[in-house]
Design a protein around this ligand. Sequence first.
Ligand code: CTP
Ligand code: MG
Length: 232
Amino acid sequence: MNKTIAILLAAGKSERFRNETPKPFLILGGKAIYQYSLSVFETHPEIDEIVFVVPQEMLLVENEKLKKEKRLKTIHLVEGGETRFQSVKNALDHLGANFKLVLIHDAARPFITKDLIDKCIQNLSQNKAVSCAIESTDTLVFANEKGFANSFPDRSKLYRIQTPQAFHLDVLKKGYSLASKEEKTDFTDDGSMISHYNLAPIFLIPGNEKNIKITFPFDLEIAEQILLKKRS
Ligand code: CTP
Ligand code: MG
């Protein structure tokens, strides 16, 4: 009942990256991008089990791989959905009743650290929902439909959301149930969904500038540089 589960999302179509192989399965420094975060979760002492969400066409081959390698933890392989929302929902539908806390992470962010996971879990003792976020270094602007800048929000109050995000599972499930009922499935992260239904304040904790999300091919070049630096 008190277990903690990590959901690792790798089932997107990588449309912006424009590559046939989905980006979590591209090679970075000799191994698939998703393997970096999978291994951080697998070796973290407070993560009990992992749900690894993959595209339907990867299910067989990933299942074979998981069976062949010696794993430290139970890894549940789950088929993703059309949207990120549906992929998380598939993972949640797969869970039994043993879990209390859940961390959700984009497999496209290889540089998650033990420290970020620690901080998420620690902060769940006082909060129902926690998200990593970093300060925005760029000035952001609301634009109108004609492409003109409309208003400039105060940069000092703006953050960029990262993952991991962490939740009490009952709160997250409530959000997914409400959103599913009204078929609102376009949330790009789980914090915004919880906030939309006013289920819990999202406590922001400092993320990490290096915890980048690989979105475009250029991000993979940056990731290679970060990795070189880490390995030197
Ligand atoms: N994701 C997922 N299932 C989806 C959509 C996204 O599991 N249906 C995962 C991606 O694999 C990624 C993370 O959610 O690890 C963040 O999504 P994003 O960066 O948007 O990845 P994609 O949706 O694959 O990329 P794009 O939006 O460019 O198509
Ligand atoms: Mg996407």
